[in-house]
Design a protein around this ligand. Structure first.
Ligand SMILES: [Cu+2]
Length: 112
């Protein structure tokens, strides 16, 4: 009888682990993830991100210059240093965007 509680605890922990994994679907297949694009040195990094429908791209301005995200269907306000902007992509396609202040800054979001 004395060994049983320990065995039970191990089994419980194992089953919790298994259940925990099983209850989390593979994130890349189900949307709802957030991918971060950093703005630095007057460039978007990475310049091209590939995501799935329902995912969100979060832009973070990591420099003193003010930037925006400007695309056909959406645009951000002016982003000062450390400001962020998020957009959720619910349709598949290739979406090009630029900085509205520095149009030579370009990036692409590919939504699968
Ligand atoms: Cu800019």
């Amino acid at each position: 009888m004395e060994g049983n509680p320990a065995i039970f605890a191990v089994l419980l922990a194992a089953s919790l682990l298994l259940f925990g994994c099983a209850s989390q679907p593979p994130p890349e297949e189900n949307g709802g993830n957030t991918v971060t694009v950093t703005i630095k040195d007057f460039a978007f990094s990475p310049g091209t991100v590939t995501i799935h429908k329902g995912d969100t791209v979060k832009w973070v301005n990591k420099e003193a210059a003010v930037h925006t995200i400007s695309a056909l269907g959406f645009s951000s306000p002016s982003l000062r240093q450390d400001a962020t902007y998020e957009h959720t992509f619910n349709e598949a396609g290739s979406f090009n965007y630029v900085c509205g202040i520095h149009p030579f800054m370009a990036g692409t979001v590919i939504v699968q």
